[in-house]
Write a protein that binds this ligand. Structure first.
Ligand SMILES: C[S@@+](CC[C@H](N)C(=O)[O-])C[C@H]1O[C@@H](n2cnc3c(N)ncnc32)[C@H](O)[C@@H]1O
Length: 347
């Protein structure tokens, strides 16, 4: 049943992968949903592309299962494996003295969490993860290791949830952990804010910040990592989630998947698009208010971004956002990943 579904979706993706097209860049929800419906910060978080990780309306598999397959695609494994390798020996590399709590944002399947817990042996583990399927998977892994833990199914971009998590943290030696280039999915401003919001309630403790971040790579490697069929399926699948929220009828066959690599001063930004193959008129409903919108043929809907900074700009931006950071950076450049580590001076 599961396999059949993957094959069907791969067929769809093969059709969708007809390459890159020129066109306008638009975010779906600034494109047609009436602006007065999207006024609060909550609305924007609501439409975060990251919710594609857990597509409740997909009968056979959620976005979390698709993401697991994305990580196994040969184009992507080079990035992921480098991080896995570093985590296996991070305890020794950082000379981890007694760590009281690890607070992880977005553990995903929990595979890397398991390596980290074994390597560092904290007294407690707290996580915030929005995808229900991922919460369950991480729970199983942490249960098996036996670390006392709480996993909150919540949005970590919401400060309220960071505060809830901070209340669960105990001890004076805290690690805040973001792996798998999760940071790369957010804008520089969001990243700075998130670091500040995370660290602020815990400022009296010694905090070690651990960020796993993919770095700039040559174009061919990035295309192989992000322009593959299973990644296309992952993003086409997020249309189901959009449909379930907006009561629309967007269909994967009306879009093709395309990847652009934009060079920026701080590194490169891999942008993922769904490109409309024809004019698409849809009707939807947001919080009881009906709307209709036309997505024009060739319109490019930005559905994902993965910023891959230069190592120097990681230090400059993450270190300064964290304040007082003295970063011993651990890197494995051959895999294209960096483990950025910074520590505060407790107040
Ligand atoms: C790029 S994946 C990385 C997963 C895992 N750390 C790894 O390295 O394989 C990002 C993870 O963060 C979660 N996530 C993304 N945005 C989130 C948010 N705003 N609140 C909570 N979880 C979020 C996703 O569901 C996903 O598990």
């Amino acid at each position: 049943m599961l396999e059949l579904d993957i094959r069907e979706q791969e067929k769809l993706a093969a059709e969708a992968l007809t390459g890159l097209r020129e066109g306008r860049i638009q975010r779906l929800f600034s494109y047609g949903v009436p602006a007065d419906l999207l006024q609060t910060a909550d609305d924007l978080a609501y439409f975060s592309e990251n919710y594609g990780f857990d597509v409740a309306s997909c009968p056979a598999m959620g976005g979390n299962e698709l993401f697991r397959l994305v990580l196994k695609d040969p184009g992507y494994t080079a990035f992921n494996n480098a991080e896995i390798e570093i985590l296996g020996r991070i305890g020794n590399r950082l000379g981890a003295s007694k760590v009281d709590t690890i607070l992880e944002l977005g553990p995903g399947s929990g595979e890397k969490t398991g390596l980290l817990l074994k390597s560092v042996s904290p007294a407690k583990y707290v996580a915030i993860e929005s995808a229900a399927g991922f919460c369950e998977q991480t729970q199983k892994i942490v249960d098996a290791i036996g670390t006392p833990h709480t996993i909150l199914q919540a949005d970590f971009l919401d400060t309220k949830n960071l505060r809830r998590a901070a209340e669960l943290v105990s001890g004076n030696n805290i690690w805040i952990v973001l792996l798998g280039s999760t940071f790369g999915n957010f804008s520089p401003a969001d990243r700075t804010q998130l670091l500040q919001d995370c660290a602020e309630p815990l400022n009296k403790s010694k905090i070690t910040l651990l960020i796993g971040q993919d770095c700039t790579q040559d174009e061919a490697k990035l295309q192989a990592g992000y322009g593959n069929a299973i990644t296309a399926v992952f993003f086409l699948n997020s249309l189901r989630w959009i449909n379930s929220i907006l009561a629309t009828d967007l269909r994967a066959r009306d879009f093709e998947y395309a990847v652009d690599i934009v060079r920026e001063a701080e590194g490169s930004n891999v942008q993922m698009f769904l490109v409309a193959k024809r004019d698409i008129t849809i009707r939807g409903n947001l919080r009881g208010q009906a709307f209709s919108l036309t997505i024009e043929r060739d319109a490019r809907l930005l559905v994902g971004e993965s910023r891959r900074p230069l190592p120097e700009s990681i230090e400059a931006r993450y270190g300064s956002a964290f304040k007082r950071g003295v970063p011993p950076r651990i890197s494995l450049p051959q895999g294209g990943s960096t483990m950025f580590v910074a520590q505060n001076t407790p107040r």
